[in-house]
Design a protein around this ligand. Structure first.
Ligand SMILES: CC(C)(COP(=O)(O)OP(=O)(O)OC[C@H]1O[C@@H](n2cnc3c(N)ncnc32)[C@H](O)[C@@H]1OP(=O)(O)O)[C@@H](O)C(=O)NCCC(=O)NCCS
Length: 287
């Protein structure tokens, strides 16, 4: 069906093919992988399955194998991402084929496959057999605490080595569901969390967080140990905070009265079933 296009995978060692992949990601999603690549965090485990027309990627599905902890057990999960077909070649079955090939390749290598869809791509994922998955946040009321000095804002450019050191040596954020991939953590540090990283040397970690509308949002805690909330909160507290939301399972933070609330908008989908029943997908697990 996909003649005259050439199926290629594991081609990151071919600079021309890799450049074409990056251009494709720019054209379809406006996503520029250059900063991640230049900083040296491009990841072999991020595996592309692409149709090429000569040197040009015309359709692509990536499957990212990610080391994970699920209910205390070490395993791997697979995330599908960077899914696209050049506009003039859509609805010809190319991406169905690529996704089937990628899933086939990942058989026996993972305990669950997930992805986050764009609104427009929902019918496509439903059509090719993925199921919508409910996703949650964990929320607590913000109790007043006495603030402490000592959180230092980090800059992903000048503090890159320090951030990387934390990412490399991090312990899992949760025993229930965590994804441990330093290169993906660095992707987030360089892109979505670039202005939100605060080192707390006293606790040997950094925290990625921001506040809006009386809500403190915690995206990740990266360090050689996970501090308890009691230890961490004073460094990032603000008297105006009413609630704190966590974008990961908080089982290691020593919290009580945690509410799980549905998170809308990321449109997660899974292949078959996902091994965690009410998942809080760690924010930094998104590829
Ligand atoms: C979504 C996208 C990747 C689909 O690629 P494609 O190569 O056209 O998909 P296929 O031709 O393999 O389609 C597979 C099935 O999904 C259906 N499908 C594809 N796009 C659809 C859409 N927008 N609405 C409804 N059904 C759709 C096809 O009809 C086909 O069904 P069938 O096999 O029963 O006939 C492509 O439209 C695209 O690149 N969109 C822009 C980028 C994007 O949104 N990517 C996803 C980001 S999460």
């Amino acid at each position: 069906m996909s003649q005259p296009y050439e199926l290629r995978t594991q081609y990151w060692n071919d600079p021309v093919a890799k450049a074409s992949f990056k251009q494709f990601a720019m054209d379809i999603f406006g996503l520029d992988f250059s900063d991640w690549d230049k900083a040296g965090f491009w990841d072999e485990a991020f595996t592309a399955f692409s149709y090429f027309d000569g040197d040009e990627v015309v359709a692509n599905t990536c499957l990212y194998l990610l080391p994970a902890i699920i209910n205390g057990r070490k395993t791997q999960l697979a995330q599908i991402s960077t899914v696209g077909t050049r506009a003039d070649l859509r609805r010809q079955g190319m991406n169905r084929e690529l996704t089937e090939i990628a899933l086939d390749w990942a058989k026996g290598k993972q305990d669950g496959v997930f992805l986050f869809s764009d609104e427009d791509a929902v019918p496509f994922y439903e059509r090719i057999g993925f199921s919508p998955q409910e996703e949650f946040l964990e929320v607590i009321d913000a109790k007043p605490v006495t603030s402490r000095e000592g959180a230092i804002k980090l800059d992903p450019q000048s503090d890159l080595a320090k951030i990387h050191d934390y990412a490399q040596n991090r312990v899992p954020i949760s025993n229930k569901l965590s994804i441990g991939n330093e290169k993906l953590t660095m992707f987030h540090a360089l892109y979505f969390l670039r202005d939100l990283i605060y080192e707390i040397p006293e606790l040997d970690c950094f925290v990625a967080c921001k506040r809006s509308e009386e809500r403190l949002k915690i995206f990740d805690i990266v360090g050689k140990q996970i501090p308890s909330w009691k230890e961490l909160h004073p460094f990032i507290a603000d008297a105006g905070d009413r609630e704190v939301e966590f974008h990961f399972h908080t089982d290691k933070l020593g919290l009580s009265a945690v509410r799980q609330i549905p998170l809308k908008g990321n449109l997660p989908f899974v292949w078959n079933t996902f091994p965690v029943k009410t998942p809080v997908f760690p924010y930094t697990s998104r590829a």
